[in-house]
Design a protein around this ligand. Structure first.
Ligand code: 13P
Length: 253
């Protein structure tokens, strides 16, 4: 079965009420391939989730950027998976490298979050990726397979997981992985999944690329056989996000 192209927009810690309205209006007016061809998910900061959910076109979905590792309670400043479910937010991004590095989220903690979010019925965009030093030391596959193994150890059903390969050196740097570099890691991840999880999961799980994706480089990346879409940061706040969504058509041509 073909993997449906997936384009996520991670707005990170950006936006005002007015700016959010502007982005939503651009998306609502955009002419893009149908939902059978591309799944589009935008991820605003928590405080804007209700606004975006209420105003965004119904063929695009909304995601949170994080959720707490277990049931809510006395955890000041956190937002629980149950709250997202209650607000009918279907997706959550977990394990983003900014949280791994700045907030010291470990592989173990991220995988506990993934397992808990899935147990509550959320769909998860799970992020993995190596730093520049790790890539230069030839450790890319070791790092990303350890990050993936931590998740694989805690979950059995991958149906609601999208794996986002986001090399840290490409995030927000303007330094995009070459299509060959992205394809190499995605294909190796699929091989790893086939050996360590199952051939079915390896075949069906979507592996998307993130790191300086823009309107100019998306089509060449999308043409790679194991690139099933994107997680876009900076460019998801701009009208060119629409061009990135349209790159889904590369898979059909
Ligand atoms: O971190 C990212 C998406 O989650 C990528 O960010 P940029 O597209 O800004 O490099």
């Amino acid at each position: 079965m073909a993997r449906k192209f997936f384009v996520g927009g991670n707005w990170k810690c950006n936006g005002t009420v007015a700016e959010v309205n502007k982005i939503v209006n651009v998306l609502n007016d955009a002419d893009v391939p149908s939902a059978d061809v591309v799944e589009v998910v935008v991820s605003p900061p928590f405080v804007f989730l209700p606004q975006v959910k209420a105003t965004l076109r119904s063929d695009f979905a909304v995601s949170a950027q994080n959720s707490w590792v277990k049931k809510g309670g006395a955890y000041t400043g956190e937002v629980s998976a149950e709250m997202l479910v209650n607000l009918e937010i279907p997706w959550v991004i977990l394990g983003h490298s900014e949280r791994r590095s700045l907030l010291k989220e470990s592989n173990e903690f991220v995988s506990d979050k993934v397992a808990y979010a899935l147990s509550q019925g959320l769909k998860v965009i799970a992020c993995i990726g190596e730093s520049l030093a790790q890539r230069e030391a030839g450790e890319t596959m070791t790092v990303v397979s350890e990050q993936t193994r931590a998740i694989a150890d805690k979950i059995t059903d991958w149906t609601n997981v999208v794996l986002a390969y986001e090399p840290v050196w490409a995030i927000g740097t303007g330094k995009v992985a070459t299509p060959a570099q992205a394809q190499e890691v995605h294909a190796s991840l699929r091989t790893w999944l086939a050996s360590n999880v199952s051939s079915g999961v390896a075949e069906s799980v979507r592996i998307i690329y993130g790191g300086s994706v823009n309107g100019a480089n998306c089509r060449e990346l999308a043409a790679q056989p194991d690139v099933d879409g994107f997680l876009v940061g900076g460019a998801s706040l701009k009208p060119e996000f629409v061009d990135i969504i349209r790159s889904a058509s590369v898979k059909r041509s």
